[in-house]
Ligand binder design. Sequence first.
Ligand code: 5AD
Ligand code: SF4
Length: 362
Amino acid sequence: MTPFKSLLEKKVFNRNHIIEMLSATGENYELLLKKAYEVKQQYIGNKVYFRGLVELSNICSKNCYYCGIRHDNKKVKRYAVTDDEVIECARYAHNRQWGSLVLQSGELNTPAFTNRIEKLLREIKKIGNGALGVTLSCGEQTEEVFRRWFEAGVHRYLLRIESATPELYANIHPNDANHSYQNRIDTLKLLQKCGYQTGTGVMIGLPFQTIEHLADDLIFMRDFDIDMCGMGPYIEHEDTPLYAHRDKLPSLQQRLQLSFKMIACLRIIMKDINIASTTALQTIDPKGRENGLKAGSNIIMPNITPVKYHDNYNLYKGKPAIPEETDEYLKGLEKQINDAGDEIAYGVWGDPLHFFARKNNT
Ligand code: 5AD
Ligand code: SF4
C-alpha cells in the first residue's frame, strides 16, 4: 500500500494528515475522492436529498468584504420575494416531492423581518400537514428569535463561519461589532443549544488563505460537531472591497479542485453529516454540483426563487449564468446523478444522521 493509501485508511486524522490530504494531486487526488465516495456509500448510502432554495431577499445590514449584496453596494437592486411567492415555491417543492426547503436571505434583525419569517414558517408548515422540512439561513439572530422560529417549525439552520481562523476572518470582514468572529461562534453555539440541526461552512480559495487555514476549518467543524456543511469556492465580485486582492487568487479551476478536496476530506473525517454541493461549484463548472457528489456530498439545492429576482442575488460574479431549474433541466440533473451512482430520495426530509447520533451521545 502506498503511504497515501494508508493515510486514507486511518481512523483518526490529525492536522498534518489533513494538510497532506488537502495537498493531494494527480493520482492521490483521485484516490482521495474515491475514498470519500466509499465512505459516503458506507455511512449514509447513495441517496441525494434535494432542498428547494428560495433566496428570500437580498436586503442585508452587513458589509462583508467579499459579498456582492453587501449593504454598501449601491449598484444592487434590492428585492424581497412576496409571501405568496414563497408559499408558491414551497408548494412547488412539495409537489415535486422534495422533502425540504431552504430559505436564505441577507441578514436583518428588525422585528418586521423576524416576524415575517415566523409567519412564513407557520404557513409553510401547513402545506401537506408539515410535509416539508425547513432550513433557514438568515444570519446571526438572538436566542429569543431562534426559539420563536424553532417553535414555528424550522429545525435546521445554516450559518457559515466563513473562516475558522480569527485573523483571516478579520481580513474579510469590517472591524466592528456587527462583524465579530466571537459573535459568530457564540451564535453557532446558540443554534445547537436551541435544538437546531446546525450547519456551517467556509469559502475556499480566499485571498490570504492557506492550506493550513483550510485544514483548521475542517478541524473546527469536527470539534464543533456540526451536522451539516455548505462550502464552496470564493468567487470575486468587482463591486466589493476584496476585489482589490484578486491578484492573490488561485485560478478558478484550482479553487474548484480545492473545494472538491475539502468536501472529500470532510466526508472522510465526519462520515455521517450532510454535505451540500453548493451553487458556487456550479458557477465555475456547469457540472460542479454533480462532481461534488462524487467527492462525497449528498445534498443539492435547486434554486426555485422566482426567475425575475435571480439577477439581483449576485453574491459573486457569474451567478446570473446559472440555468433556470426547469423540469427539463432537472430531468438531466437526475440522469447525471444516477450516472454518478447516486439516487434522489423523494418524499423524505433527509435529516443528517449525525444529528441523531450526536443527540444520543449527549
Ligand atoms: N464567493 C463565494 N461565496 C460567497 N458568499 C458570499 N459572497 C461570496 C463570494 N464572493 C457566501 C458566503 C455566505 C453565503 C451566503 O454565500 O459564504 O455565507
Ligand atoms: Fe450580508 Fe451574508 Fe452577504 Fe455578509 S455574506 S453581506 S451577511 S448576505
